[in-house]
Every structure is written in C-alpha cells, then in structure tokens.
Design a protein around this ligand. Structure first.
Ligand SMILES: Cc1cc2nc3c(=O)[nH]c(=O)nc-3n(C[C@H](O)[C@H](O)[C@H](O)COP(=O)(O)O)c2cc1C
Length: 355
C-alpha cells in the first residue's frame, strides 16, 4: 500500500526536519500496547520484533510517531559528533527496477512512487550538533511505552587532516555522546565510507575491529549493534565475524546497494559531485537482505556466537517479515516501505505468522 509518505521527497531535508512528519505520522497519540511483550530484543522486552532502521526517523518527533504507531524498535537517525551538511535536494527519488537489483546497475529515476517501491536516497548522513540531538534523542527514548525500545545510531567522521587514530577517537566520542542520552541500545554505522579510502568501513575488517573494540571499551555493557552492508564474499564475511562477532551484541544488515542513477534524458539525476552513484533501497534489495540474514544465521551457529540478527531490506508486508524471520532474523526492520505505509507495524501484528 502506498499512502502519503511521512518524509516528503518533494520537500527539502530542512523542511521535513522542521515541519514533518507528514501523513498519518503527523497526528498520533501514545501507543496503547495490547500485545503482551513476549519477545526480548538485546535484553529488552518488546511487543513485536519489528521497527524502522536508521534514516527515515530524522528527529525525535518522527521517532515518537513511529512508537505511537506500533513500530516497537525505532532507530533514531544516524548522528555525528558535530554539525554536518546535507546533500542538496533532491535526496529521495523513485527508481524502476525489474526484479532483484544486482550490484552496479544503471537505473532511471522518477517521481512516481508506485509498488513495487524502490528508491534511491542521498543525504550524506547530515547531523546537527550534539547540543540539539542529545536532548532530542533522550526525549524520544523516554517516549517508548512498555514493550518498546529506542535505538540511537551514529557514525564517526574523519577530522580535517586527521589520522586514523583521530577517526577512531571520533567513533569513541560519538558512542559516549549517544550513551549520555540514555538510549538503551547503541548502533554504529559501519556501512559508511571508510574515510580516506574508496570503500565502505565494514569491508576493512581490521579497521572495523579496532573501531568496534574501542567503542565497546567506552560503552561497557550497553548493547552495541553494527550496521553492515551486503557482503558478496562469504569467506570474507566469515573472517569478519571471526574478528568481530564476539565483541558486538547485534548485527543489522543490509544498508543500500549502490547503482548509477540517471534521469529520463540519460543525465545524472542527483546534482553535484560524487552523486552519480547512489544507494538503492526498498523492494529490489530484499533478496540481498534475506541472503545476508541467512548467512549470518548459519555462520553464527557454526562459529558458536550469540549476536542478535536484525534483518533489513525490502520489507513491505507481513509476508516479507515472515520470510526474514524464517531466514533467521531475530528482529526485522523496514525503512522505504514504512515511509509510505505508516500502518505497516499494525499490518504485521495482525497478519504475520512468525511473530
Ligand atoms: C530516507 C533514508 C535514509 C537513510 N539513512 C540512513 C542512515 O542515516 N544511516 C543508516 O545506517 N542507514 C540509512 N538508511 C538505510 C536504511 O536504514 C536501510 O538499511 C535501507 O534503506 C534498506 O532498508 P529498506 O529496503 O527497508 O529501505 C536510510 C534509508 C532511507 C530510505
């Protein structure tokens, strides 16, 4: 079902930030939970193992509306240790994909947000200063009803002329700042650029290990979730888990899959340097989220590890939620579909078989 999105792609990021959320998210009242919490998510009782991953819930008002509408594990958008600008508008465009999206394809963008819904999003992980987001995140976390828990997501930034040690120090500072808000679960985005290199951080196993160990030293027993991209190479994924799987408490995957995005005239669709390629999410990436979930589930057993698996990618209805649960996801999240279907949590609670 496609209804008015709670984040409006026709408006700027700032407009959405100041005036959103929209549609059904605009006017909610606190959740009256009727389902007894029967699930545990990283030590917290939750009514359903379902939520919205980092990104669409861009400030506390969005997180609170998600809680009110029964998304029991909402993630407050990825923040940074300092203010960071957003890419120019547009930041979201629809893309037409036939079937599954293989990596490195070229896609045509449009403004037609139809089912099956896939989009590209290009924000550059903007952030306000901690002076804004710390109290806002704290307030959102307190809004959780019994059976709900808010996750705080962040990532590190390489300071200008900074070294790798400075980069890691920024991850540690971010963890400290997020923990100070009182959120009960911290998520670090490792599916971000490995600054100073051409690849994503989660593909640099040794640096990811250093980052994760430094964060764990800082936050102690607070559960740490890492956000990972789709890993093509199974052997490398196993190596990653051998290095990191016992240090982290949860692994969430996938993030977007990169593609070249053109307009209907064959020109770059997103204006500006470095935006020819952009991450695609929604229906067309479900195959990759499911594949990662299956692998993580299998490898967790083989390696005798305990991390919680959070399956993400193309979840648009109760049947997709069920597929992820059968593939081994302890919890499931939806970004793109939830943006256009504010009733998705309710639908899953009513229709899913794997709750
Ligand atoms: C509007 C939007 C913004 C996003 N921003 C972030 C972000 O800041 N950090 C992050 O880790 N993932 C971000 N993502 C990725 C999602 O968390 C998710 O991994 C991806 O969209 C796949 O899920 P989906 O197919 O349900 O959309 C964003 C996604 C969307 C749609």
């Amino acid at each position: 079902m496609v209804s008015e999105p709670f984040y409006d792609p026709a408006k700027s990021y700032l407009d959405n930030f100041e005036h959103g959320p929209f549609g059904l998210f605009a006017d909610t009242s606190p959740a009256s939970q009727t389902i007894q919490p029967k699930h545990t998510f990283l030590g917290h009782a939750v009514s359903s193992p379902f939520g919205i991953p980092a990104g669409p819930l861009i400030n506390g008002r969005y997180v609170k509306a998600a809680l009110d509408l029964g998304f029991d594990i909402p993630v407050y958008k990825t923040v940074r240790t300092h203010k960071y600008a957003c890419h120019p508008w547009p930041n979201v465009l629809a893309v037409k994909v036939e079937g599954d999206l293989a990596p490195d394809r070229t896609l045509i963008a449009s403004h037609d947000y139809d089912e099956p819904l896939s989009i590209t999003n290009s924000f550059g992980v903007p952030s306000f200063d901690p002076d804004f987001w710390q109290p806002d995140m704290a307030d959102a976390a307190r809004h959780a009803a019994p059976g709900q828990v808010v996750v705080g997501s962040y990532q590190g930034t390489l300071p200008e002329n900074g070294s790798v040690d400075d980069y890691i120090a920024d991850f540690v500072l971010g963890a400290k700042l997020v923990k100070e808000t009182g959120v009960k679960i911290i998520e670090v985005n490792l599916s971000c650029p490995n600054e100073g290199t051409a690849n994503l951080l989660c593909f640099d196993i040794q640096r990811s290990r250093k980052v994760v160990e430094a964060i764990k030293d800082e936050i102690g027993s607070t559960p740490l979730v890492i956000k990972m991209a789709y890993y093509k190479d199974e052997q490398r994924l196993e190596q990653f888990l051998r290095e990191i799987g016992n240090t982290v408490d949860g692994i969430q995957s996938i993030n977007t899959i990169s593609a070249e995005i053109l307009d209907e005239h064959g020109k770059q669709a997103l204006p500006g340097e470095g935006r020819l390629r952009s991450g695609v999410c929604g229906s067309a990436v479900k195959w990759a989220g499911l594949a990662m979930t299956e692998r993580l589930f299998r490898m967790r057993a083989e390696l005798g590890m305990k991390f919680t698996i959070i399956g993400v990618g193309g979840v648009g209805n109760a049947a997709a939620f069920d597929e992820y649960r059968r593939a081994g996801a302890d919890a499931v999240m939806s970004a793109t579909s939830a943006m256009w279907n504010p009733s998705l949590a309710r639908e899953i609670k009513e229709q899913a078989h794997e709750l």
